[in-house]
Design a protein around this ligand. Structure first.
Ligand code: 48F
Length: 258
């Protein structure tokens, strides 16, 4: 065993994947539940997908469950997605089920990677590439660079569609609004902003909010509700999952249109 061989194995293997990700069908910002599910359904249909996640770990808000009680609630409509991933759920009451948040996120992450999705953690999406009024890629840098505020120029990748799955922060849409002006497909052209918690309305609107908000850019998960001005919903995740699956269909439509 030689230290240099270990180093070479890591660098060569990672670089091969990163080079391959320079041109993908779909680039997703954020490896929370909606981003992972969107990626899974796209990869299952043969699309080449990369996710860029700025944290060390995947999962976004899911592992934390509700107020650090590591359980999530899902409703009947999302049961099929839990079954597809083979995640245990227990009926609680009426159409509500409870699942272990750690089992949920680890299984989703594992199955998404096994489906062929490349997930790059510790990489921050800091800008987009725009050509002829269309988003055509992402601009990336190491999270450590942005956190330490070092002045280091980023690198860029090309994609046929981009998904903003960055949750409450709607980071990609914020960049678009800042750089292009109020051109998002919302009432004002701007990010409408997330409203206070209202589970029924939030869960009811999230799927309709999952759409293309600028040519080549789709919003899903909590980002969809925040951009379109709908409420947050806390630790119920059915809407997030169904939004991720719908985003995959919206992206498919964009790619076919080209
Ligand atoms: O926040 P997050 O889990 O978003 P989601 O998939 O799910 C929302 C729920 O977790 C919860 C909820 C349930 O009702 O409201 O909040 O919509 O995952 C978003 C991920 O995006 C990453 C962030 O670290 C998180 O893991 N992220 C955010 N900004 C960037 C980013 C960025 N600029 N570049 C890369 N990743």
């Amino acid at each position: 065993m030689d230290e240099v061989i270990i180093s070479r194995a890591i660098i060569e293997s990672f670089n091969k994947d990163l080079l391959d990700a320079l041109s993908v069908d779909v680039a997703i910002a954020g490896a929370g539940p909606s981003g992972l599910i969107c990626a899974y359904y796209l990869a299952k249909q043969g699309f080449k997908v990369a996710i860029f996640e700025r944290q060390l770990r995947v999962g976004g808000g899911l592992p934390g469950g509700g107020m650090m009680f590591n359980r999530i609630v899902i409703q009947e409509e999302a049961k099929g997605i839990m079954e597809e991933f083979d995640i245990n759920i227990k009926k609680y009451k009426d159409d509500l089920y409870v699942a272990d948040s750690l089992e949920t996120i680890s299984t989703m992450c594992s199955k998404t990677i096994k489906q062929g999705v490349k997930i790059f953690n510790l990489i921050n999406v800091e800008d987009v590439v725009i050509r002829k009024d269309k988003i055509t890629g992402l601009v990336l840098n190491w999270s450590a660079v942005s956190w330490s505020k070092l002045h280091v120029d980023p690198l860029a990748i090309k994609s046929k569609a981009v998904v903003d799955a960055t949750g409450h922060d709607t980071e990609v849409c914020k960049i678009v609004e800042r750089k292009i002006g109020p051109k998002l497909k919302t009432e004002t052209g701007k990010i409408m902003g997330e409203k206070s918690m209202w589970v029924e309305v939030g869960e009811g609107q999230i799927v309709a909010n999952t759409k293309e908000v600028y040519p080549g850019l789709v919003v899903c998960g909590m980002a969809a509700n925040a951009v379109l001005g709908s409420p947050r919903m806390g630790a119920i995740f059915g809407g997030m999952f169904i939004s991720g699956r719908k985003a995959a269909e919206v992206v498919k439509g964009i790619i076919k249109r080209k």
